[in-house]
Design a protein around this ligand. Sequence first.
Ligand code: ASP
Length: 218
Amino acid sequence: MKTGNPKRRLTLIAAGGTISHVRDPRTGQSVPGLTAAELLHQTTIANTYQVRPIDLAERTKPLRHPNELLEIARCIRQAAETSSGVVVTQGTDTVEEVAYLVDETVRATVPIVFTGAMRASWASGYDGSRNLENALRVAATVPADYGTLVTMHDEIFEAWSVYKADTGAIDAFTARRGAAWGRIFGDHVMLTWRPIPRARFGEIPLTLPSSVPIVMMG
Ligand code: ASP
């Protein structure tokens, strides 16, 4: 697949994470700082698509409460109604949970693509711009029936199968055993599988429990 129809209307939702981190000049600490518009501005393809930037309020800490996940899901559902693709940037520590929740609950007819970064914007080898460019390409190109996707390090994963396998590596993510994954070569999006239709929950619940029982078996 080649980079999609120029000037497709996409939405970029920025929800914190290392991809947005800048260095606080006072403390030297890595802190969230880049807005959706600033993230977009750093890419080389900001003008290839019509992208509406949305900042999810004050997302300065890692996601903790399940209801914060629902807030992201609602924002994505709304954005999907008015665009032909939605890209979400967020922390990589919880991206597999959020992307899977969105895949199960948001009934969207447009592609939804998550991404993030393993290195902050002030660090050498910042991977956020490339990951975001790839996410925009995927959202503009891939049919919506692939479900929610995650792209990191030039690779594309289905939300149900992706997981962070190595927190110290730039290619931190992988797919569960037996699951397919795609690649991005230059500006070409390559998916080598067709999605298998499967039943999804299909509704965003009003609330989620803040904890679930953990049952041990011996
Ligand atoms: N290290 C994480 C990240 O990649 C932090 C987080 O998940 O918020 O963004």
